[in-house]
Write a protein that binds this ligand. Structure first.
Ligand code: MN3
Length: 257
């Protein structure tokens, strides 16, 4: 296949159906499938930050990074592990496996898994798609760069749409750049720690390419209530290579479907 061809993402129903079928076949909830097939799966442990706490300045200050990673993100991981103590059958799941199969989680644990697997996955995505300012050109000549340009009209249009979406989040939540089955892109928002892979997240289900945290804890020390300024600054600190890798991951989902 030509690398510029859009790679179809399986429908969510198909994706989840496969996940459940594989679970039944191997007796382990989804994680082995993802781990064996790709770099797609997010383990249920907190990975080291890929840069120093001050590496994203001036977009994100050192203290915000340190508190965010060491307290907020670490808190989601420890609460997730506590919630899974009574669920040995899913302790080896990936975070993606958990959030896209919440209906399989016993009701008593579902809310805790939703919030904390979501919190862990969302923050893992966030760290990975950020990079020191200007470490890569804005919208490089990757497939993702091309599609973002054609969809949003370059930086100005993308920034405007992203900020508008970010300002629509009432309270705490996330802004997402997602891909559909046909490789087209759309912006979505979720509340709390919901993720676009979740059913019932209040947005079109899709695969998250970029995820930007708009909880106040992500920006308040430096920006106070100026969420739009924070989002603009983040645009100079995006890791487009990782974002493009996430965009390409659709092909792996197709292969395992
Ligand atoms: Mn956060």
């Amino acid at each position: 296949m030509d690398s510029t061809d859009p790679v179809p993402l399986p429908s969510r129903r198909r994706f989840i159906g496969t996940t459940i079928a594989t679970t039944a076949a191997i007796g382990v909830f989804s994680h082995q499938m993802f781990a064996a097939e790709s770099a797609f799966a997010t383990p249920l442990d907190q990975s080291p930050l890929p840069y120093a706490y001050d590496a994203l300045e001036p977009a994100i200050d050192r203290m915000t990074m340190e508190i965010h990673y060491e307290r907020h993100h670490a808190g989601y991981v420890s609460k997730l592990k506590a919630a899974l103590q009574t669920l040995p059958e899913v302790q080896r799941a990936s975070a993606e496996g958990l959030v896209s199969n919440l209906s399989q989680i016993p009701t008593a644990s579902r809310e805790a898994v939703r919030n904390n697997a979501g919190g862990h996955l969302n923050h893992t995505i966030y760290w990975s798609i950020l990079a020191p300012p200007a470490s890569s050109p804005f919208l490089p000549r990757s497939e993702l760069g091309r599609v973002v340009r054609s969809t949003f009209g370059g930086r100005e249009g993308f920034e405007e749409a992203l900020k508008a979406a970010g300002m629509r989040v009432f309270g705490s939540g996330w802004v997402w750049l997602c891909t559909r089955a046909d490789g087209t892109l759309y912006l979505a928002t979720t509340a709390n720690q919901d993720n676009p892979l979740m059913e019932g997240a209040g947005c079109e289900v899709g695969f998250p390419v970029l995820g930007l945290d708009v909880w106040e804890h992500a920006y308040y020390l430096h920006y106070q209530n100026a969420r739009g300024s924070y989002l603009s600054a983040l645009l100079d600190s995006l890791n487009w290579e990782e974002a493009n890798r996430r965009y390409q991951i659709r092909s792996i989902l197709t292969e395992i479907a």
